[in-house]
Design a protein around this ligand. Structure first.
Ligand code: ACO
Length: 435
């Protein structure tokens, strides 16, 4: 179903008295959206919406968020049901194809993904080009971009079979690319994927196994990792997904588009937040420093934010944060970690913040990243890898959104407008005449 015009809104220009009737489009859920496509032609004006807080840039059937109610649905299914009852690859199939797989489809999808986990051997050499202390996001951004130089047989974006193959390759290879970035930083040998392991299990295996000794992945940790991947799989038109769509709208190949998404995800306001949460908790140090820290956060001149709190869309609670909190306790239990100081600090910080007028009045609640850093740290994953894990998970969402966009009839290049506030036209002054 495409957005349908059910009514209209009329806007008129005070100065000229001219008016335009804008169709109001409704989707299957969510508020109506004024269609402004003809606004410039009718009235000669554009709309201004920096940060795109009130602008729908596309139509999508993949993910629905109701930020006020704390609702997150993938293809209609609530995130909590998916996190509790399904697997990351099932969710991947759902995002990519629109329906949950039946048993046979699931087996086929898992087999296809498993078949593509290896990297072209020459891609190994890319890693050696990086310094050992390179941020793993820099490495994966480079290596994923480089995939387009290796898989020429799946680069025709107009061929559905090529699109499918590229999607499978990206989903399958991301854990290998990420696992090797992890190993590279530690100066350890790369561990090849094992096709007898599940997706999350294999990922943990490639990060933690050593060729010199057997390694058994804990099923509790594999399940927790799978759940973390599900919780990060897609999130509608966030910054990185919009980056992927914008890059893709030019006809760029999917590997290049996903590399662009990785770059966008890297920032601390987006995927870098769980890394920032841990840094913040370490800086706070002990519970008695919380009031002083909260004072700093409220003082706008300090530039300090409570990381892991607040969300552009969720203004009630982030449904993923609750599941993440429960997973955190499970993981610490499995690892026998009692009285983890960072967890205790996080719980106390959350308790204080959610009762504080500053946060309440601004509708700032813990987001998915508030607890994920603690889980990952407990699993032995260094903070620099946190955003990499997010990228592994989000690849499935990015590629589903990219595919949806390419398959949309009449798809056009994305091209926002601007309010120009620079100099009016003026004449060039030769260098020798400038003061
Ligand atoms: N700490 C303190 N104050 C905050 C925070 C925070 N974490 N987040 C928002 N605010 C304040 C703003 O300063 C602003 O205050 P004001 O009204 O007095 O000016 C008000 O709350 C509204 O915030 P906005 O900046 O309008 O919120 P926006 O939607 O632009 O930003 C964002 C959302 C970027 C996520 C922000 O809340 C933030 O930086 N949070 C911390 C970083 C973080 O956790 N990011 C992860 C997001 S989830 C994800 O990417 C997976």
């Amino acid at each position: 179903m495409s957005g349908t015009a059910t009514s209209s809104v009329t806007i008129s220009l005070d100065d000229t008295g001219k008016s335009a009737k804008l169709p109001l489009l409704t989707g299957s859920l969510g508020p109506a959206v004024a269609d402004i496509r003809k606004l410039h032609a009718d009235l000669g004006i554009f709309t201004y919406d920096p940060g795109y807080g009130g602008t729908a840039a596309c139509e999508s059937k993949i993910t629905y968020i109701d930020g006020d109610e704390g609702v997150l649905l993938h293809r209609g299914y609530p995130i909590a049901q998916l996190a509790e009852q399904s697997t990351f690859l099932e969710v991947g199939y759902l995002l990519l194809h629109g329906e949950l797989p039946n048993a046979q489809e699931n087996r086929d999808f898992v087999a296809q993904i498993t078949n593509h986990t290896l990297l072209h051997e020459q891609l190994r050499h890319f890693y050696n080009g990086f310094r050992r202390d390179a941020h793993p996001m820099a490495i994966i951004c480079g290596v994923v971009g480089a995939l387009s130089a290796f898989y020429h047989d799946s680069l025709d974006i107009n061929d559905p079979a090529h699109r499918e193959l590229s999607a499978l390759r990206l989903i399958a290879k991301m854990p290998t690319i990420a696992g090797w970035a992890f190993k590279y930083a530690q100066g350890m040998p790369f561990v090849y994927p094992r096709n007898d392991l599940g997706y999350a299990e294999n990922f943990l295996h490639m990060m933690f196994a050593m060729p010199s000794e057997p390694y058994k992945v804990s099923p509790v940790l594999a399940r927790a990792m799978d759940r973390i991947l599900i919780l990060h799989a897609d999130h509608e038109q966030n910054a990185s997904t919009s980056t992927v769509r914008l890059a893709g709208s030019t006809g760029a190949n999917p590997f290049a588009c996903i590399a662009a998404g990785i770059a966008s995800l890297w920032g601390p306001s987006h995927g870098g937040a769980n890394e920032a949460v841990l840094k913040m908790l370490n800086e706070i140090g002990t519970k008695d420093h919380i009031p002083e820290f909260i004072r700093k956060v409220k003082d706008k001149s300090s530039g300090v934010k409570l990381m892991g709190f607040g969300h552009r869309v969720y203004k009630n609670f982030d449904p993923r944060a609750k599941i993440m909190q429960a997973t955190c306790h499970e993981v610490l239990g499995e690892l026998g970690i009692k009285n983890e100081p960072l967890l205790e600090l996080a719980v106390e910080l959350e308790k204080i913040a959610i009762e504080d007028e500053y946060f309440v009045s601004r509708k700032l609640y813990p987001n998915v990243d508030f607890y994920s850093g603690i889980i990952l740290k407990a699993m032995g994953i260094p903070t620099s890898m946190f955003t990499v894990l997010f990228a592994v998970a989000r690849t499935v969402g990015w590629i589903s959104q990219w595919k949806e966009m390419i398959e949309e009839p009449g798809q056009r290049i994305g091209r926002p407008r601007q309010i120009y506030t620079g100099s009016p036209q003026r004449d060039f002054v030769p260098l020798h005449q400038r003061g």
